[in-house]
Design a protein around this ligand. Structure first.
Ligand SMILES: Cc1cc2nc3c(=O)[nH]c(=O)nc-3n(C[C@H](O)[C@H](O)[C@H](O)COP(=O)(O)O)c2cc1C
Length: 149
């Protein structure tokens, strides 16, 4: 399987999740920060996974800008999934989360959503991640990859 994981991360927590996801998928897998990702590289993928910290209920500005420049319909035939990192607080739900919005963007560009958008928890703005989240991220990714073999 040829897979690409693209992430943004301000404090490093989303990066850790992205790497756990990439490490759980077997095949030709790349994990790239959004600043190094190129929309032209998306064409030949089997699986694209995109993740961002939730900031103000959305993905980061850099991730939103990247999603915006993916050409229309260019994700046609590509399996896609989205994740975010987020607060555990119940109040955060009022603002929404990044993953659902990212998934909507990827679908709008033609991608086939293969898993519900997923959130992984941090215990504060700068982290750390809640215990067990790296393992849960790896399991989430394995589930997606296995189902698409
Ligand atoms: C400016 C800012 C706004 C944030 N807004 C939200 C929010 O609306 N909902 C939420 O669940 N977490 C929010 N958070 C917490 C982030 O999701 C958390 O900092 C992030 O998961 C850490 O990931 P990172 O280390 O990859 O940057 C916010 C954090 C910052 C710095």
């Amino acid at each position: 399987m040829k897979a690409l994981v693209i992430y943004d991360s301000l404090y490093g927590n989303t990066e850790k999740i992205a790497k756990a996801i990439g490490g759980a998928i077997t095949g030709e897998v790349k994990v790239l920060p959004v600043g190094q990702a190129n929309p032209a590289e998306l064409k030949s993928l089997d699986l694209l996974i995109v993740g961002s910290p939730t900031q103000g209920g959305r993905a980061t500005k850099a991730m939103q800008a990247f999603l915006d420049i993916i050409p229309d319909t260019s994700l046609k035939g590509i399996n896609v999934a989205a994740f975010d990192t987020r607060y555990t607080s119940k109040f955060a739900v009022i603002f929404g989360y990044a993953a659902g919005r990212i998934a909507g963007n990827l679908k709008a560009k033609g991608g086939t959503l293969v898993a519900p958008p997923e959130g992984f928890f941090v215990t504060g703005n700068k982290g750390p991640l809640k215990e067990g989240e790296l393992e849960r991220a790896a399991g989430w990714a394995r589930g997606i990859a296995e189902s698409k073999k």
